[in-house]
Design a protein around this ligand. Structure first.
Ligand SMILES: Cc1ncc(COP(=O)(O)O)c(C=O)c1O
Length: 407
């Protein structure tokens, strides 16, 4: 337990769960890589297995430095407990496997991160769980569909890659009337911008690979909720089903990343707002999806549940699919890469990359335009980000304009 009883996010991100004085003064929690833990006796080991003492047993069930990380993550997400995992998909699958069985139904929003969709389609469905996709941006669609066999409702908000928002409180009001868990993927927001549990969700999951780590040097995830649910996920989904255990080295990198999360997020949001405003004045851009823009159709909802609009932008060009890809290729400083939330501004074309497992029909069904471009606005100087976008527009469209004129 930390001696700090801090209530502010910035202080919790730096101090929660750790008191250096209890660790020979080491400011940075030690990296623990032990796979197993010794007991003084069989009796003490037996009691640990029964949960009658708090000794560590085996690293698949947790380690002392992982425990520090989990206390910090729980504080930041305003949760009773958290479980850190080897990846975001490790957190999502460990949680879903823990609560669903054949014959149950999971309802998911139409738009999801590509590999979450693949897991539902190619994993969960094969084991007899019914998966239904609904447009959860309108909570009434859930009222019309939910039944006693629905055991989980799952959504990202904002969604990857197309920045749709769902009203967490409105969905929670519906799921609460059933024996059904509402699980929200909060990766795009981080706990600095949005706390789904405080809005009524039962579980929150994250890819910590993104903003939480923040430097593109680790893969990790976590799930947070009540102590009872997290104990269940640790002992069933993680221990027996996925084994998606976070490494001691990644625990350390993640604790380091969290210390600057609030500072980085403020700058991500500031830069993204300026990029969104720039794009919204461009003749080459058809649609832009960013909740910080005054004309965003979900601005009221964003103001209700998000503290700031975030660092992610999605937009469609007034152009063909090929030209959209050409635009991405024409960027010089901005890197074409998947992942998001790093210091570097990253751009990608979901239909060709993260969502390329979708057929053309599935892309349309799941509201992902084949010309959509996803931008993770980084921490570089805003002038350099705007300059790069500008020169890419010029290089793709001025050539095109000349062609049109001469044709
Ligand atoms: C919204 C969202 N959820 C989950 C994941 C999966 O996380 P990971 O890559 O850490 O397994 C990602 C990855 O991009 C994501 O964007």
């Amino acid at each position: 337990m930390s001696k700090h009883q801090a209530s502010h996010f910035a202080t919790q991100a730096i101090h929660a769960g750790y008191n250096p004085i209890q660790h020979q003064g080491a400011l940075t929690p030690p990296i623990q890589i032990s796979s197993t833990y010794a007991f003084e006796s069989v009796q003490q080991g037996g009691a640990a297995f029964q949960g009658d003492n708090d000794r560590f047993i085996y690293a698949r069930l947790g380690s002392p430095s992982q425990h520090i990380l989990e206390r910090r993550l729980a504080e930041l997400e305003k949760a009773e407990a958290a479980l850190a995992t080897a990846s975001g998909i490790g957190a999502i699958t460990s949680a879903i496997w823990s609560f669903l069985k054949p014959g149950d139904e999971l309802i998911a929003d139409l738009s999801l991160y590509g590999c979450t969709y693949s897991f539902l389609e190619h994993g969960l469905k094969q084991f007899g769980v019914e998966v239904t996709y609904l447009n959860l941006t309108d909570a009434s669609t859930l009222i019309n569909h939910i039944s006693d066999k629905t055991k989980m409702v799952y959504s990202e908000t904002p969604t990857n890659p197309n920045m749709r928002l769902v009203d967490i409180a409105a969905l929670a009001e519906i799921t609460r009337q059933y024996d059904c868990k509402l699980m929200i993927d909060n990766t795009y927001c981080t706990p600095y911008l949005q706390n789904p549990l405080s809005l009524g969700a039962d579980l929150v999951v994250h890819s910590a690979t993104k903003y939480l780590g923040g430097h593109g040097d680790l893969i990790a995830g976590f799930v947070a909720g009540t102590q009872e649910d997290i104990d269940h996920i640790r002992m069933v989904g993680l221990k027996d089903m996925t084994g998606a255990v976070i490494s001691g080295f990644d625990v350390s990198l993640l604790l380091r990343g969290l210390k600057t999360l609030h500072v980085r997020m403020d700058r991500h949001c500031q830069n993204a707002q300026q990029v969104a405003e720039y794009l919204s004045t461009s003749d080459y851009v058809k649609h832009i999806f960013y909740p910080g823009l005054e004309n965003c159709s979900q601005k009221t909802l964003a103001n209700k549940q998000m503290r700031l609009p975030g660092g992610m932008i999605a937009f469609e060009l007034n152009a063909s699919r090929e030209q959209s890809a050409q635009f991405v290729n024409a960027l010089k400083m901005i890197l074409c890469a998947v992942s998001l939330g790093d210091a570097e501004t990253l751009v990608q074309h979901p239909a060709s990359m993260t969502h390329s497992t979708y057929t053309e029909e599935e892309l349309l069904e799941h509201l992902i335009s084949p010309t959509l471009i996803r931008l993770s606005v980084g921490l570089e100087h805003i002038g350099d980000i705007l300059f790069d976008l500008d020169q890419a527009f010029e290089s793709v469209f001025s050539a095109d304009r000349e062609l049109t004129i001469s044709a």
